[in-house]
Design a protein around this ligand. Structure first.
Ligand code: OAD
Length: 247
């Protein structure tokens, strides 16, 4: 089944995409849950909470420095590239990601809403600089300091217990509410509020396709569940839909 309720891609105006760690797995970026997942080996409460950062900023920064090194050695894969290509094909495609790795932009996607921030950006803990850097470069020091006021800098990511950036979240719900098609790629769909986006799209009548080698709480609700790895499955799925073939 490659047709979206009988529509050709040219007949679809509005598309939303929600991605999670799985979309970057084939690039070599570790996921959070499941085999080899970060939360199998590290405790989120020691490393990814405001309390952990207050307790030991250097330890938290060491961990982010290690993750930046890991991601810095990774390149976008065929799934990121397909999603960037799809942006050109639809008048309104919004890519919402929970990933902080920056690989969607590197692949060429421009309309990206980063719900959980970006590991390459820094932010002043006193708020004088909202964010800076945003480049795949090594940290100036551990812990890094704000170049303006000298206060401690923090990664511009969302930690457990923190709210998501408001503008991005609102835009993500807008996109989920108006899309005709939503692709949900490589997310365990257990972390809120991101996990509500496909549910909202379904409620509004969108056709929802999940791409994930494992079942998730969303699988039973979606119109189509593609049980395969994203970089393997997405390019072929998109090619087949564009060519009007069924597979
Ligand atoms: P998870 O690690 O929870 O889930 C990754 C999902 O990707 C799983 O469902 C896997 O089955 C799937 N997967 C693995 N390899 C894949 C592949 N090659 N292709 C497609 N899917 C694959 O990651 P997220 O759902 O992104 O938040 O986690 C959500 C949030 O929880 C993260 O943003 C992070 C984490 O705690 C914060 O840090 C705030």
């Amino acid at each position: 089944m490659t047709e979206i309720r009988g529509l050709r891609p040219e007949q679809v105006r509005s598309v939303a995409v929600l991605t999670g760690a799985g979309v970057s797995a084939e690039s070599g970026v570790p996921t959070f849950r499941g085999e080899g997942g970060l939360w199998r080996n590290y405790r989120a409460e020691d490393l990814a909470t405001p309390q952990a950062f207050r307790r030991d900023p250097a330890l938290v920064w060491e961990w982010y420095d290690w993750r930046r090194g890991l991601v810095g050695g990774c390149q976008p894969n065929a799934a990121h590239e397909t999603l960037a290509e799809m942006e050109e094909a639809f008048p309104d495609l919004t890519l919402v990601t929970q990933n902080v790795d920056g690989l969607h932009r590197l692949a060429g996607s421009r309309k990206v809403l980063e719900l959980h921030g970006n590991i390459w950006r820094l932010r002043c803990t006193r708020g004088c600089r909202p964010n800076w850097e945003d480049r795949r470069v090594p940290l100036p020091a551990i812990p890094p300091m704000c170049p303006d006021c000298g206060a401690l800098a923090r990664p511009d990511v969302v930690w457990f217990g923190e709210s998501l950036p408001r503008r991005e979240l609102e835009a993500a719900f807008d996109a989920a509410g108006r899309c005709q098609l939503m692709l949900v790629v490589g997310t365990s769909a257990v972390v809120q509020p991101a996990a509500s986006l496909p549910v909202m799209a379904l409620d509004r009548g969108a056709y929802v396709v999940e791409v994930n080698p494992q079942p998730t709480p969303l699988s039973a609700l979606v119109d189509e569940a593609i049980r395969a790895r994203a970089a393997q499955a997405l390019p072929g799925w998109w090619r087949a839909w564009r060519a009007g073939r069924s597979n």
